[in-house]
Design a protein around this ligand. Structure first.
Ligand SMILES: Nc1ncnc2c1ncn2[C@@H]1O[C@H](COP(=O)(O)OP(=O)(O)OP(=O)(O)O)[C@@H](O)[C@H]1O
Ligand SMILES: Nc1ncnc2c1ncn2[C@@H]1O[C@H](COP(=O)(O)OP(=O)(O)OP(=O)(O)O)[C@@H](O)[C@H]1O
Ligand SMILES: [Mg+2]
Ligand SMILES: [Mg+2]
Lengths: 267, 267
């Protein structure tokens, strides 16, 4: 089955969408077949790649609410080897409409099962909340990546997120693991940022022998540096590799993709 | 009644909390009595000011679900003349629990009515969504301020937000107005940012003669410049005025407070 990664952080604006899109683009440019699941009703991952669904075609919302629809009907090939299940504003209704159904947390997992032989990597872009859409991502995924900023307040949010992940592993998805943290918009010049990184690394190394879903988690190196090109490219419907292939942001996301390939394909 | 301002943008991480806290602090330091309503279950406004509710005391969640509780019991004086109704994680449940009640969108308005003679300004910090908590803020408020970043993708989100505001003015709160946009984390050096500002200002001036809730809206000047001190002070439980009173961020928020005082107190 594909390596399925949920990009999760309930804090807003930390780089979930930017990381989903640019990491997926990097993997596709290295020849991997990648699926982006745009699980955010604000549809920024879809917008970021300039994807607009055909009017009348099935959307991710339709797939989650009606398991009889063929998921491939909603699939769009955004770039060579880079597929997307796009979002639209209907998905906001899914949060509450799923809430009544008995197997509500399994819906995304079931959709992805039916696409399992089409791609090698699935990256799920989540909204800034720990509601039913994010829970669906945690049940469908094998790995969690936490994009975050190197700020002390961000550490507090991570604590809350890890509690939620623990509940999911105890009750819904025992195989789920936290792969690690991607530091976004990183400004290494401040002692503040360096202290937060040191705190995170100390926390993860203390957890190595615990029986927790993050015992193998780490802070991915290198961090993704703050780079204005990265902030600009979504407005043009492009990944950083199309917009500014020699920019710092392109280098950083390419290196992150190399790191993940090494971690997950080195048998 | 107090000038009641909802700080709204469904996009994550655009500066809602930072603006709520620092603008409230600026107004309080100029002698106004100000109430912050922390309507976000992630409680970052409360954390930003180092506020922790007494164990066992009433929370904003309790007030919204049980209208018989005296709102003053949940009130905390965070600084001189700066009050806060703090959030806690229970508030996440309010989104769905309110959903069943007939007067669910009026709950916050009713709570604030009972505090109306205590303060001159109420600033409501909203979560990154257009759900029931944010709708409560739109019904309780007289003015909306939209914190946003000067990026083209941000303009799209504003369109969606204005649709929601229109629905609220048509059905729930005819007096609601959009006061304007506060540009956060502004980097004036890029043509990108300047073009977005020009687009926004053109949009608002076209709307002057329309019968819309944003016919008096504007882009507040000056924008709030990106300033690392602003990003650091929440980790110390301080406003920018306590942490770095001579920093660019302190100047910008002080000038924004002056601008609003001029707009709202000049009779
Ligand atoms: N490395 C970077 N350098 C500069 N800007 C960046 C970088 N990464 C992300 N940004 C910008 O920061 C903002 C937030 O990023 P993004 O939308 O990816 O966060 P998010 O966590 O997906 O937000 P949400 O919670 O709303 O889904 C965007 O405007 C994005 O362009
Ligand atoms: N002027 C600024 N300069 C530098 N950093 C800033 C500035 N304003 C805000 N930030 C930082 O940007 C991040 C997002 O800001 P903030 O938390 O206020 O956004 P928000 O809209 O309230 O997010 P959410 O949607 O999660 O509630 C925070 O880390 C904050 O410290
Ligand atoms: Mg996003
Ligand atoms: Mg906030």
């Amino acid at each position: 089955p594909p390596r399925t990664i949920a990009m999760i952080n309930q804090k807003g604006g930390v780089g979930k969408t930017t990381t989903t899109v640019n990491l997926a683009a990097a993997l596709a440019r290295k020849g991997r077949r990648v699926l982006i699941v745009d699980l955010d009703p604000q549809a920024h991952a879809s917008l970021h790649l300039g994807v607009e669904p055909e009017p009348g075609s099935a959307s991710l919302y339709d797939l989650l609410l009606d398991p009889t629809i063929e998921p491939a009907e909603a699939l769009i090939e955004a770039r060579d080897g880079l597929f997307i299940l796009p979002s639209d504003t209907d998905l906001a209704a899914a949060e509450s409409e799923l809430g009544a159904l008995p197997d509500r947390h399994m819906r995304l997992a079931r959709v992805l099962e039916r696409l399992h032989d089409r791609v090698e990597y699935v990256l799920i872009d989540c909204p800034p909340s720990l509601g039913m859409l994010t829970i669906n991502a945690l049940v469908a995924a094998g790995d969690v990546i936490i994009p975050m900023q190197a700020q002390f307040l961000a550490l507090q949010g991570v604590g809350k997120l890890l509690e939620t992940i623990t509940l999911v592993t105890q009750n819904l998805n025992p195989a789920l693991r936290v792969a690690g943290v991607v530091l976004c918009m990183f400004d290494g010049k401040t002692t503040h940022a360096q202290e937060v990184v040191a705190d995170l690394e100390a926390f993860f190394s203390e957890q190595r022998d615990e029986a927790s879903p993050w015992r193998y988690a780490r802070v991915y190196q290198p961090p993704i540096r703050r780079n204005v090109k990265v902030a600009e490219c979504p407005s043009f419907g492009q990944s950083i590799f199309e917009y500014a292939p020699t920019a710092a942001g392109a280098q950083d996301y390419a290196r992150l993709a190399d790191e993940l390939i090494r971690e997950w394909e080195a048998w």
